[in-house]
Design a protein around this ligand. Structure first.
Ligand SMILES: [Zn+2]
Length: 541
């Protein structure tokens, strides 16, 4: 058994904070939100205390740019998008208690966190040069400015490049243009801001990565090595801007907090809020994250945020000395594509959760996203493939197995069946495959989903043989193995898992296979899917 399954520490799972400038699309869901949910559900099933949370990042400059494009105010956009995001998370069965309100408690927690760094002398005043819109007199940062990445030369916003993941600050971005008004000339202008000097934390950053990088996926770990091979850029803590939390420091009058420095206190606030929804009322807002509580902290985010969630946020924690725990791992996904092109809200090249759930029940949608999750490289969503894969590999064999087992169950008549040593050994072998798929160094919802379909095909074959040779006494062994498959599938097929629990079936990944098993009915998988263009569904033999 792996160490993970015996870990008694509480788990804090944080999914990347969604920007409320539109609904979540299937690319987002297949990335951090579903993966984080699957991890959280598995850890709960192992008996661990899990808080799974996220928080909208309302202060991001992308809200300003999208609001301008949509002809609404930033506040209106935030309110609408937050509702849409919350509904999408709920519709997909993401096991969070909703999204916490961005209110005075939120702002106080951010100001406490950053204020402590200021008070402890961690911040430095720096005069830097920033892109500047000459006509409006506006400094441009992050999503307000677009140009070319200085590292890979791809089109990029300021802050970090979506393509190669490298940070770009201040004057780094090549050919900067004003996103709010493409025709407006952009110059550079000096201003004095507060920064957190990342280079001062290099030893501790390198020590941290020496410990955790074996738990990171290779592409993200490689990016961190590349970033560490260069001088580490200062983290802006304040910027001259209007949308965000006003910076309370007298050295930087009229500035706001740089939106990304809110991510850590926002995550602490979201953890506290989620725990409070579940009845855990701790007085100190950052208590769950304190080092002495020794929680296992795991982030789920996309490759485009490796710099932010991997490095910047780490430094924000390290700058508080020994006060906070640091992440045990960052589980980083690649991009999920739609018809072999990137999901894009501005080009409306996307599918959101509502559209996806019109095509299939929630369990099947979750299963397909898990099976095709972009874990190690870009993967692709297309609706035809969705229908074919789900039908052919999951629902058809599943429902045939259910039918065959029903006949065998009717033939034995008994309720409690014996499981042979070989049946128990096989059930344990299945359980071990899921332990690999759900444990951190090898965490892979795609491997878990693949294991489900492989085992399903094998059990269908075995059940059909038992039926053909009239050997209903094999049913006990079959049900023991099926029970291991269903326990492994439970974090993905959440509605099936609930139907099984309602029948009294125990889905406990830490329980060894017993010498007897009570018969149970395998719930049929719904196939509430439009049949698609005539003749395009596969013909079965
Ligand atoms: Zn780049």
């Amino acid at each position: 058994m792996s160490v993970m399954s015996q870990d008694a520490r509480a788990v804090i799972v944080i999914a990347a904070t969604p920007t409320p400038n539109g609904d979540l699309h299937v690319g987002h869901l297949a990335g951090p939100y579903l993966s984080g949910d699957i991890y959280a559900r598995r850890q709960r099933a192992l008996g661990r205390r899990v808080i799974y949370a996220t928080c909208t990042d309302d202060s991001q400059s992308y809200v300003l740019a999208s609001a301008r494009r949509n002809g609404v105010t930033p506040a209106e956009l935030c309110a609408k998008a937050t509702g849409d995001i919350e509904r999408s998370l709920f519709a997909m069965g993401i096991s969070m208690n909703g999204l916490p309100p961005i209110d005075d408690t939120y702002r106080t927690s951010v100001l406490d966190f950053v204020g402590r760094l200021h008070r402890d002398g961690r911040l430095r005043l720096r005069t830097v040069s920033l892109p500047y819109a000459q006509t409006t007199g506006q400094f441009l940062y992050d999503g307000l400015v677009g140009g070319e990445c200085p590292v890979c030369l791809a089109p990029s916003s300021a802050g970090a490049c979506e393509g190669c993941g490298h940070p770009n600050n201040f004057t780094d971005l090549l050919c900067p243009g004003n996103v709010l008004d493409r025709d407006e000339p952009v110059a550079h202008r000096e201003c004095t801001i507060l920064v957190l000097p990342t280079e001062e934390y290099r030893d501790r950053i390198e020590e941290h990565f020496a410990e955790v990088s074996t738990r990171w996926r290779p592409h993200a770990a490689q990016l961190v090595r590349e970033i560490l091979a260069r001088p580490l850029p200062d983290i802006p803590v304040t910027v001259p801007g209007e949308w965000g939390i006003a910076a309370p420091f007298e050295e930087t009058p009229g500035q706001i907090l740089y939106p990304w420095v809110e991510a850590m206190p926002a995550s602490m606030y979201a953890t506290w809020w989620a725990a409070a929804q579940a009845g855990d009322e701790r007085s100190e807002l950052d208590e769950h994250w304190r080092a002495e509580n020794d929680a296992e902290l795991v982030y789920f985010h996309g490759f485009d945020n490796v710099y932010h969630w991997g490095l910047m946020d780490l430094v924000m924690l390290l700058a508080h000395g020994e006060r906070y725990t640091t992440p045990a791992s960052n589980v980083c996904n690649e991009f999920y594509e739609l018809d072999h092109a990137k999901f894009s809200t501005s080009r409306q090249h996307l599918i959101n959760s509502t559209e996806l759930l019109q095509d299939a029940p929630r369990d099947l949608a979750r299963f397909f996203l898990a099976l095709t999750a972009p874990e190690y490289q870009r993967t692709n969503f297309d609706r035809e493939n969705f229908r074919i894969l789900i039908d052919e590999r999951l629902t058809v064999p599943w429902n045939r197995l259910a039918e065959t087992l029903e006949k065998l169950t009717a033939a034995v008549g008994g309720v409690e069946l014996a499981v042979s040593p070989e049946g128990r050994r096989r059930a344990q072998a299945v359980a071990d495959r899921f332990t690999v798929a759900y444990s951190l160094p090898t965490f892979s919802p795609a491997l878990a989903a693949e294991t489900v379909v492989q085992q399903l095909a094998r059990l269908l074959d075995a059940a059909q043989q038992a039926q053909a040779r009239q050997l209903p006494e094999e049913l006990g062994d079959l049900l023991a193995q099926l029970s291991a498959v269903l326990t492994g599938a439970a974090p993905i097929l959440i509605d099936v898992a609930q139907q099984l629990r309602d029948q009294g079936v125990v889905l406990n990944p830490s329980a060894p296979a017993a010498e007897t098993i009570a018969t149970f009915a395998l719930p049929r998988l719904g196939r509430r899917m439009p049949s698609g263009p005539a003749g395009r569904l596969p013909v079965r033999n």
